[in-house]
Ligand binder design. Sequence first.
Ligand code: N01
Length: 489
Amino acid sequence: MADKEPRIIVLGAGMAGILAGIKLQASGYTDIAIYEKADRIGGTWRENTYPGLTCDVPSHHYTYTFERNPDWTRHLPPGPEIQAYFEGVTEKYGIDKLIRFNEEAESARFLNGRWHLGFKSGLQDQADIVIAATGVLHHPSHPSIAGMERFEGALFHSARWDHGVPLDGQRIGVIGNGSTGVQIISALAGRADRLEHYQRTAQWIMPVENGHFSEEERAAFRDPQVLAAAMKFEEYNAAVDAYTQAIVDEQSEGARNIAEACLANLENSVQDPELKEKLRPDHKPLCKRLIFSPDYYQAIQHPKVALVTEGIAGIEERGIRTDDGQLHELDVIVLATGFHADYFMRPMHIRGRNDAELETLWADHPKAYLAVSMPDFPNFFMLNGPNGPVGNFSLIDIAEHQWHYIDQLLARLRSGDADEICCTHEAMENFERARAEAAKKTVWYHGGCHSWYLDKQGIPASWPWTYSRFVSEMEAPDWEHYQCLSQVS
Ligand code: N01
C-alpha cells in the first residue's frame, strides 16, 4: 500500500470516530471519510438527552488526553456539556469537514483488496481501510411487557426522550434502575406529582460527590500543570486498575473497599427499614456495573417518590398493573431498560475474505482478537469493539489506547510491508478461549446477578483482566498473531 494514499473510512462520529479522525489527520493521512448515520456528531451523548443525564466518570478524566477541558462546571460532567465538548473538539480539529451526515452504512464487502461499502441512502463508497467506531450501547432494548401499546399516556425509551411531554406535576413511572433509571429518578424527584421507580433487581450504589468547580478553579485549570496536579491523572489510572482488579479478584482490597462503601451508603442513607431491605441487593457488589450516585437514596425517600418492587404484570390504558393486582395510574412511562450491548456495527452486513460473514463469526457472541481485529476481515479494525474493557471508567481512555495499537497496524500497511492485515484464526481462537476462561472467574460471572455484561450463554463478554494488562497489550501488536499479506506476492 506504500505507493498510494490509502482511503480510510471511519464508521460513526461519536467519541471514538472523532478520535480516529483526529489521529489519522495527525499521522498525515489525507483521504479520510467519516460516515455518521445521524445529522450530528456525539453518539451516546447525542442520543441520550434524558433529565439528569450525567457521566459518572469524573469530568477531567472523561476527556481526550490531548484535549483537556478546563471549563467543566461539575465534578461529574453533565450530558449537554459532554456533547458541547465533542462538538468543540470536532470543530477545532477540522473533523467536521470529514464527516458525511445522515449516511448509515448497511453493508461492507471485501473484494479484490478493498472494502466496498453500501449505505441506506443508496450511496456506495470504497476504502482500503475501515475503522468501525460505531459504539456499544446504542440500540435501545424494549422490554416485552404485555399491553404496552394500549397505554394512553406517553411512553418512550430513555434514549429516545420525548421532550414535548410535560413532566412537572405529572404521574411518572420509570422502569429500570441501571445508571440511567437512577439518574432520571434523581432528576425528577420533586418535579413529578408522583414518581414511581419500578425495580426488578436492587442495585449497589456507590456514593459520589458532584460539586461545582468555582470560576477560580476553572481559570486555574487553564494551566495544564495546575490541572494535572489537581486531577492526579496517574493516580486515577491506578484507581481504575484497582477497580478492574476488584472484578477479577473479590478478595482484593479494592473489592472490599467498594463493598464496604456501598453497604455503608445504604445503611446510612436510608431511614425506613422496610425501604432499606427493598433496596438491599441480593448479589455481590460489582456483579452489575456499579451505580455512582450522589443523591439517589435521597430522591427515593422524597415524599412524592415511591419504589415499586412488585413485578409488572402488564401495561394498560391508564398505567401499570403490578402482580398484586394494583393499577398504578400514570401519565408518562419511561423505559430505562438498557440497550442491546451485543449489536456493535450490526445490523450492518459485513462480508470479509473467503466469504467470511460477520454473522457467522459472531453466531454465539461478538468476538474480536484483543477487541480490535477479526480473522478474514483484513484492514477492518474496531474501536470499543467486542471484548474490550467496559465498566466504571472512561471509554475515551480505552479508545485512545486502542488507537495507539491500531495506528501501528496502519503504519505497517502504509510502509508497503503488507496490503492486508488481520489477526490469524489461531490468535482469535486462543484469545477467545483464554478470555472466556478468565471471564468465568470474574464477579460478573459468579456474583449472582444478570447484567448486560453477559452474552447469550451467560459468559461475561467484556475484557476479563485488569486495566494494566489491557494497557500493556495495547503497547504494540504481536505480529505473530497477525496475517500480513502482500497482493503482489
Ligand atoms: O441500562 P441497564 P441503563 N421489567 O441495562 C431493567 C451506561 N450508562 O441504560 O437489573 C423490569 O444497566 C433492568 O432490570 P434487571 C452504563 O454503562 C452510563 O441504565 O435486569 N425491568 C435494569 O434495572 C450502563 O451500565 C452512564 O432486573 C426491566 C434496567 O432495566 C449502561 O449505560 C449513564 C425489564 C436496565 O439497566 C446501561 O445503563 C447511564 C423488564 N422487562 C448509562 N427489562 C454514565 O454515567 C429491563 N429492566 C457513564
